[in-house]
Design a protein around this ligand. Structure first.
Ligand code: HEM
Length: 434
């Protein structure tokens, strides 16, 4: 138990070195570390086969990014969960190169008669009956929040109102929470809204889509160890400061400054260290202060002060809803806890590591704003929030078939559970149960 998060060992048996990195972790380091253990031999690995997808990069209907970024990785989990139709399976043999030489660095299974594959098959006919425009609600909500964030920030600056600045921060926080819906989908222009609000679309797609989603709460989940050793979520020995003071410094210091700190590190790497990789995406964040400066004609210092104030509130709101919820209640499995003995179905693991909030299950817009319908989103991340609503009947039926339950908790329980997790050292000795 002691020092688990520092040694990087995993009760699931996953090898990864990510949590040995410095405080501000780099998404590219995560990719590098994973390549070392995936046995993909500079190709693309899916289950135990290797494929050469080079020719397919520009042809991928889900966009170039996914294939280009994942060269040299085992993409089994992401591939399985981001496609529901059987089209990709039929296409795959065309790119087959050879069998992999080493076993997968992942304990998860996708058996045809297991929970996840059964759910996927059950979902297909439901999805086929849904009209195409069903997902447009999310687009409208995101567009409105995007425009409102600009208007509120400009108004706050013009009237020097920190109250309006606070509202702008909340609005932008919601915009980023809704924006999360779009990261998983095919390449689309709306992901750049997030860059403008200081959340790098490239980094977040790696940290969240390629790392957190396939391997939630495991040593390979970069989101869970992102700010180690300041925020320690895994079981293991914690020093006095992290154990007793994180209740204070996490919500009042780490959350508000999250985006600004990462942004400053990126600027430092560019200006001082000369690393200009993807710098154009980082610089998109300056569109907002530039717009406010030109529109309001206020002194630059005032524009910058208000922008920073808005971003502090954005970080706070986004982190409060995003991090303090869903994954970290001490009853929820965290790598280091005792895992299930014989059940390694990937879908069951998603249920073991995700919690749902009582008041945002099956509520469409509320779900979109507050990270609701979390378990279903984890099972089908590429589906728009407005679409996953329609899967509840087959989801519940499949849960019954496999004698499983959806883990639903009250808001207070989830938030309290997060802070309890910050100080919890002992690993859970019993496997998770649903
Ligand atoms: C990291 C790996 C991958 C990710 C994250 C990913 C993601 C996606 C996404 C988001 C879509 C759009 C889904 C939609 O709008 O309904 C998609 C579509 C698709 N992808 Fe991928 N993809 C990956 C790898 C692959 C690979 C290796 C293949 C090769 C067979 C592939 C074949 C397809 C096909 C054929 C579609 C169209 C599916 C359909 O029309 O039903 N993808 N992918």
């Amino acid at each position: 138990m002691a020092g688990f998060h520092r040694s990087g060992s995993s009760s699931l048996g996953i090898k990864h070195e990510g949590n040995k990195q410095s405080i501000i972790k780099s998404a590219d380091r995560w990719l590098e570390d994973k390549r070392k253990f995936d046995g993909a031999e500079n190709l693309w690995r899916i289950h135990d086969c290797l494929y050469d997808m080079t020719e397919f990069i520009d042809k991928h209907p889900g966009g170039k990014f996914w294939i280009e970024t994942t060269k040299g990785l085992d993409i089994t989990e992401t591939w399985e969960s981001h496609h529901i139709s059987s089209k990709p399976e039929h296409l795959l043999p065309k790119y087959f190169v050879r069998k992999a030489k080493v076993p997968r660095n992942s304990p998860f299974t996708f058996h045809e008669d297991g929970f996840y594959k059964t759910l996927k098959r059950n979902a297909r006919p439901v999805l086929a009956t849904l009209p195409k425009h069903v997902s447009s609600t999310s687009n409208y909500v995101f567009d409105v929040l995007f425009v409102a964030s600009f208007v509120l920030t400009a108004t706050a600056t013009f009237y020097s109102s920190y109250l309006i600045g606070f509202a702008a921060g909340i609005c932008m926080g919601f915009a980023l929470l809704v924006g999360h819906n779009f990261y998983h989908q095919l390449d689309n222009f709306r992901i750049y809204y997030n860059d403008i609000f200081m959340l790098s679309s490239r980094d977040f797609r790696i940290v969240h889509v390629l790392s957190h989603h396939p391997f939630p709460n495991s040593v390979s989940d970069m989101q869970a160890y992102l700010v180690e050793p300041i925020v320690l979520l895994f079981p293991g020995r914690k020093c006095f400061i992290t154990k007793y003071l994180s209740y204070i410094y996490v919500p009042f210091l780490v959350w508000p400054t999250l985006f600004l700190s990462v942004h400053c590190v990126k600027l430092y790497e560019w200006i001082v260290l000369g690393n200009s990789d993807h710098i154009e995406k980082t610089l998109l964040a300056w569109i907002l202060p530039l717009f406010v400066y030109v529109l309001t004609k206020q002194p630059l210092l005032h524009v910058m002060t208000m922008w920073i104030f808005v971003m502090l509130n954005t970080g706070l709101w986004f982190s409060f809803i995003g991090f303090a919820t869903n994954h970290y209640h001490p009853d929820i499995f965290m790598d280091g806890d005792k895992p299930r003995e014989n059940e390694r179905d990937w879908g069951v693991f998603q249920l073991d590591t995700a919690g749902d909030k009582t008041d945002v299950v099956n509520t469409n817009i509320l779900g979109l704003l507050f990270f609701g319908d979390h378990a279903l989103h984890h099972l089908f991340p590429a589906l728009d929030h407005s679409v996953i609503q329609h899967l509840y009947p087959v989801f519940r039926e499949t849960l019954r078939t496999f004698n499983l339950e959806l883990r639903v908790m009250g808001k207070g329980e989830i938030v309290g559970g997060y802070f309890w997790r910050l100080s919890k050292e002992a690993a859970n000795p019993l496997p998770p149960a649903l």
